[in-house]
Design a protein around this ligand. Sequence first.
Ligand SMILES: [Cu+2]
Length: 141
Amino acid sequence: MRRLLPGPVLCAALLTAGPALADHCPWDTLVALPGQLNDGGTAVAYKTNPARIEVGKPFSIEVVACIDDEKHMAPSRIRVDAGMPMHGHGMNYQPSERKIGPGHSSFDGMVFHMPGHWQIMFDVYEGDKRQRLNQKISVKR
Ligand SMILES: [Cu+2]
């Protein structure tokens, strides 16, 4: 016969297994960043370092995302990718994420390897639900 877990142990197990309460995103930091995107209440702000992206030179991008611009909730995950839609290719390297806090990360190792029209895709996740916000950037030779 299976032994039931004593009450307190079961409660603790349920608490750790349950969905984590959503954290707040750093809204004050978000509004201070130079790049601002908003789609249906999902807000993304970013700053590239260096500010001017040069062809073939690695850069990083700091991103703050809020899944609700009134309640200021942090997404469960942020992903950043980029590509050239007119050429049908992405970057040659995958950026690595450095987490700064809830809804706040820096992505290092971005490289735009050719001049022209690039698009940065910011994927903001709320569990399995993904929302993509795009930013067009033109890079000169
Ligand atoms: Cu290209």
